[in-house]
Design a protein around this ligand. Structure first.
Ligand SMILES: Cc1cc2nc3c(=O)[nH]c(=O)nc-3n(C[C@H](O)[C@H](O)[C@H](O)COP(=O)(O)OP(=O)(O)OC[C@H]3O[C@@H](n4cnc5c(N)ncnc54)[C@H](O)[C@@H]3O)c2cc1C
Length: 393
């Protein structure tokens, strides 16, 4: 037995073995070996998910050694990248070829394959999640084949792969949308929470990125607005209140304190009402909570399992340190998110059943139909996904 734990240490598992791969042939061999032994296969990126998607009793393929930028086509706005590459390893090589990712999340430690597999996103009313920017992928399947998919080639496999939850196979290479490299100016300020929520629409449209954090018990929100600029970078980056630097340097933050997180996506117009109720409930019922709430915006997309599928979105995140119980507070938050038709982030804590998720995701049955067709032996059906499978029709 091998030992596995996720980034926060809250999730643990004992896979039969952990296989670290450096190239695609090793991925294919790991799958073939698992098939011979009748084992299932799990895929591990940077293990930053708070939901137990990576957990397996079978063979765990660690994909982070399969890394590097393969090719960039600035005119087409695309980059071919090995799936295990950490987002933090993309900034410089992409910039050297004159391009950058269109957006990225709060941190940059995720692998690109893991980020896409769970619909990881940043903030920006006009910006979509990373899965929406997938242009093509190469995937090693349970039957030993390695298949290329795109909107024109195996289009249904492509649709399911955009946000795949590790449930189809091992993605080895990805083609993602990029844009010309750009610099950003960040501005931070404190403002009364009610005032921010009252003018959230103009705020989220005023700059390319807007988000705020709010600490329970406080009257004020810590706001962050980020706009594109032609100005030269100002280093050191840590200078309080104003950063100007390349996009990847401004968008990525350090989050060293171990925590778990629940995040729900709600229809954008309901974001402020949901946030107000959440804040009131937390202050009343969980006065000891000492972690901030985060509010971000996301454009709608057409990715089958995306939390922003066909709806402009506000995302609300709740955090809890690993030294305190998280389930009571997360369950109370989830009860409230349900009232707003919230969709849970796939890489964060939730307690929803497959039936409930089917109601929230119009393309749920399509995703399962394609998954089942391309992985008929359920080689990549981990215990968490299997628990959600009941309501695939
Ligand atoms: C501190 C912190 C900050 C975060 N910030 C954000 C944020 O700003 N925005 C946001 O949306 N999320 C955020 N997340 C969540 C995080 O982005 C997702 O959980 C993401 O999936 C993590 O990527 P990973 O490489 O660690 O994937 P893992 O957790 O290792 O895996 C996630 C899923 O992807 C699958 N997978 C991984 N690689 C492959 C592959 N090559 N082929 C097939 N399947 C694969 C796994 O099997 C699993 O199902 C944050 C998490 C943490 C801990």
């Amino acid at each position: 037995m091998a030992q596995w734990s996720n980034w926060s240490g809250r999730l643990r598992a004992e896979p039969a073995s952990i296989v670290s791969v450096q190239d695609e042939s090793q991925v294919v061999e790991a799958i073939a070996s698992a098939r011979r032994n009748g084992q299932r296969v799990g895929v591990a990126g940077a293990c930053h998910s708070h939901s137990p998607l990576v957990r397996t009793e079978g063979v765990l393929v660690d994909i982070t050694g399969l890394a590097g930028v393969i090719a960039v086509d600035p005119e087409a706005g695309s980059a071919r990248i090995r799936a295990g590459t950490r987002i933090s390893e993309l900034g410089e090589p992409l910039r050297a070829r004159g391009v950058a990712l269109i957006n990225q999340g709060d941190i940059d430690r995720q692998s690109l394959g893991g980020a896409l597999a769970t619909g990881t996103h940043g903030t920006g009313a006009r910006l979509r999640n990373l899965s929406a920017g997938l242009l093509g992928a190469r995937i090693a399947l349970g039957d030993g084949r390695v298949v290329e998919c795109s909107p024109d080639q195996e289009p249904e496999l492509f649709q399911a792969t955009r946000l795949n939850l590790g449930g189809l196979g091992v993605v080895t290479e990805l083609t993602v949308a990029v844009r010309p490299a750009y610099r950003l100016r960040e501005r931070l300020w404190l403002e009364d929470l009610d005032a921010v929520l009252d003018r959230i629409e103009p705020l989220i449209h005023a700059t390319r990125h807007f988000e705020f954090f709010w600490m329970p018990g406080s009257q004020r929100a810590a706001c962050k607005a980020i706009e594109e600029t032609e100005d030269a970078p100002v280093y050191p980056l840590a200078e309080e209140g104003k950063r100007v630097a390349w996009s990847d340097q401004v968008l990525a933050n350090e989050r060293p304190d171990k925590h778990s997180e629940m995040e729900y996506s709600v229809p954008r117009e309901q974001g402020p009402a949901c946030f107000r109720q959440l804040a009131e409930m937390l202050q009343r019922d969980f006065p000891e909570l000492a972690w901030p709430l985060e509010y971000r915006s996301l454009a709608e997309d057409d990715v089958w399992l995306s939390t922003a599928y066909e709806r402009p979105t506000a995302t609300l995140s709740v955090h809890q340190g690993i030294d305190a119980p998280d389930e009571p507070v997360f369950r109370a938050c989830e009860a409230l998110f349900k009232e707003f038709a919230g969709r849970p982030h796939w890489g964060k804590v939730h307690y929803r059943s497959g039936g409930e998720l089917a109601d929230l995701h119009p393309r749920w049955a399509d995703w399962w139909r394609v998954r089942d067709a391309w992985d008929p032996e359920d080689r990549f059906l981990g215990p968490h996904l299997e628990s959600l499978r009941e309501a695939r029709d």
